[in-house]
Design a protein around this ligand. Structure first.
Ligand SMILES: Cc1cc2nc3c(=O)[nH]c(=O)nc-3n(C[C@H](O)[C@H](O)[C@H](O)COP(=O)(O)O)c2cc1C
Length: 250
């Protein structure tokens, strides 16, 4: 059952208008919260975006992906150290322990990211089990200043990823997007010296899918032109530097 769900999942963007009922969403969130979390501290948070204006704002700030505005469920997953800083403060943890409070650092950010991504992927699979479909939106890390203002994000609570979910309008029948072969993909015991042949094998499936004519353009060439050098990836990097700054400050 679960293996079938995993093997059939695909990103879905064109949702039916049918709303997701409270009971179904409750089950979805209960399953999401079963995700593992470092120390069971839940160093992540989720914002359920229901205001249509805020969905429209996200469609714009996330590189103009209009389907975001039409998605019945929009969840922003945050790496959230702020929550625990507040909890320490309200509990008087510093005074009670006699250990002076340190500033949050990149490790705290990353732990929150690990929690947030474990929760998001649990949500994706839980959604499938409930007949829902989903798509990650990595562009949530763009335009941080605008997103921070719209959702009143404090320092030390930054976007990890976003999910849009809903019922499918119509199931997609085209083949699933390809993946590498297991043996081509993983490394054993240490990171190897990469050579052209190894990389060609690793990306053979994607290459053949996106370039059936076998022109000289590789998957790397396509990624380089369309993504790596794109304005939206420049914006992602600028924006991420801004929200990471408090965690990186000495
Ligand atoms: C971290 C992450 C960010 C993504 N961001 C976007 C996005 O902004 N827009 C989008 O349409 N799809 C996005 N996707 C979906 C990918 O394009 C999709 O997973 C990939 O092409 C493989 O397709 P599949 O999920 O159907 O197998 C994202 C996926 C991940 C894991």
């Amino acid at each position: 059952m679960l293996d079938e769900t995993i093997m059939k999942r695909r990103s879905y963007r064109n949702f039916d208008d049918r709303p997701v009922g409270k009971e179904v969403e409750d089950r979805l969130l209960t399953m999401t919260l079963r995700a593992p979390s470092g120390g069971n501290m839940q160093l992540w948070s989720m914002i359920r975006v229901q205001d249509p204006h805020k969905k429209a704002l996200l469609a714009r700030t996330c590189d103009g992906q209009d389907f975001i505005a039409k998605a019945p469920l929009v969840y922003i997953f945050l790496s959230d150290t702020h929550k625990f800083l507040e909890y320490f403060r309200f509990s008087g943890s510093e005074e009670k322990s006699g250990i002076s409070m340190r500033k949050p650092g990149p490790g705290d950010f990353h732990l929150g990211m690990q929690d947030a991504m474990a929760a998001a992927q649990t949500c994706v699979l839980a959604a499938e089990s409930l007949g829902l479909r989903s798509c990650y939106i990595g562009d949530i890390i763009e335009n941080y200043e605008e997103v921070r203002k719209a959702f009143r994000l404090p320092d030390y609570a930054a976007p990890a990823c976003m999910l849009v979910l809903g019922y499918p309008k119509k199931e997609i029948t085209s083949p699933l997007l390809p993946r590498p072969e297991n043996d081509d993909f993983y490394f054993v015991d240490e990171y190897p010296e990469l050579d052209r042949e190894r990389l060609d094998r690793m990306y053979r499936a994607q290459n053949e899918y996106s370039n059936p004519e076998h022109e000289s353009e590789t998957y790397a060439d396509r990624y380089y032109k369309r993504k790596y050098s794109s304005d939206f990836m420049k914006e992602m990097n600028r924006s991420a530097r801004v929200f990471l700054a408090p965690w990186l400050a000495e």
